[in-house]
Design a protein around this ligand. Structure first.
Ligand code: SF4
Ligand code: ZN
Length: 290
């Protein structure tokens, strides 16, 4: 099939076929739109993008580099070598080549500088690893004067975490799943530029642009049952992912901006509460004591 521009198509989205170039353009405009919609990155910010070498972080950093001028940001990359044998060696190599090709300054921190590696961790490696990555990203960004740390979490990562947290009753985590978390105390702001973008879209962008990436899975990766569940639900309820992502943001807004209703004084997120608006709309006799 052919793209509207006449070139060979690589993908069909909705009723339209896309060639590599038109797909890449569409991808970049989706990333830009979601960054602007949620205020994920702000003009003038120095962004430290965490890159592992996997498709998602590779897509993120390449997209941010292309959008640098439009968004008014400056992007540099951070790779953390976790010391997971051959996997970490290859990841670092990929990140070096990628950043070299894209002209992005790359910083590399070895977890071994802190006296251990993830290979030393026998149980709950991902939890130790996640903690180490967050610690190093935050500390490095703060000490080097970056405004925000960007990570390559994609839509499925966020929704899978929502389901997992719901299942385990872990509610403090929900605010960490937002597209942007403002910095406080010694924490630098955190951003997820691919919040609304799916992992398949990331892969297609990486392939369209012929970017180097590491297809290997981390040998310590747990099984992907939560992510698989997201795909199952999305198939049954199209739009499920987007619904969950948007409701996370809406919930935060509602909780964050409560005030007293101008008419009755009861709590509301708007000037006049919904109940008073209903009274005004449907009420025949005004009975509420104001
Ligand atoms: Fe770290 Fe686990 Fe990810 Fe491997 S799968 S990089 S151990 S968090
Ligand atoms: Zn085209």
């Amino acid at each position: 099939m052919r793209c509207e521009c006449g070139k060979n198509a690589i993908e069909k989205i909705g009723n339209r076929y896309y060639c590599k170039e038109c797909y890449s353009k569409r991808y970049l405009s989706l990333v830009e739109r979601s960054i602007r919609r949620y205020g994920i990155l702000k003009r003038g910010e120095r962004v430290l993008a965490a890159v592992s070498g996997g498709k998602d972080s590779v897509a993120m950093i390449a997209a941010l580099k292309e959008l640098e001028d439009k968004l008014g940001i400056k992007v540099e990359a951070l790779h953390i070598n976790l010391g997971i044998g051959e996997y970490s060696r290859k990841s670092e190599e990929v990140c070096r080549e990628l950043c070299d090709n894209l002209g992005i300054p790359l910083h590399v921190v070895n977890l071994s500088e802190y006296g251990f590696t993830i290979s030393d961790v026998r149980k709950k490696a991902c939890s130790v690893c996640g903690n180490a990555k967050r610690y190093i990203m935050n500390r490095f960004a703060r000490e080097q004067g970056f405004d925000v740390v960007a990570t390559g979490h994609c839509a499925e990562d966020v929704v899978a975490n929502v389901l997992k947290n719901l299942y385990s009753g872990n509610f403090e985590w929900s605010e960490k799943l937002l597209p942007r978390i403002e910095g406080y105390f010694k924490f630098v702001s955190k951003a997820k530029p691919l919040y609304e973008i799916g992992e398949k879209e990331n892969l297609l962008f990486v392939l369209s642009r012929r970017l180097i990436f590491l297809p290997d899975e981390c040998p310590k990766a747990p099984d992907q049952k939560w992510k698989e569940l997201v795909y199952v639900i999305e198939k049954r309820i199209p739009g499920f992912k987007k619904g969950v992502l948007r409701s996370l943001v809406r919930r935060e807004k509602v909780e964050g901006e409560l005030k007293s209703c101008k008419i009755c004084g009861e709590p509301t997120s708007t000037e006049v509460c919904q109940f008073c608006r209903n009274v005004k709309k449907f009420g025949k006799v005004r009975k509420i004591p104001l």
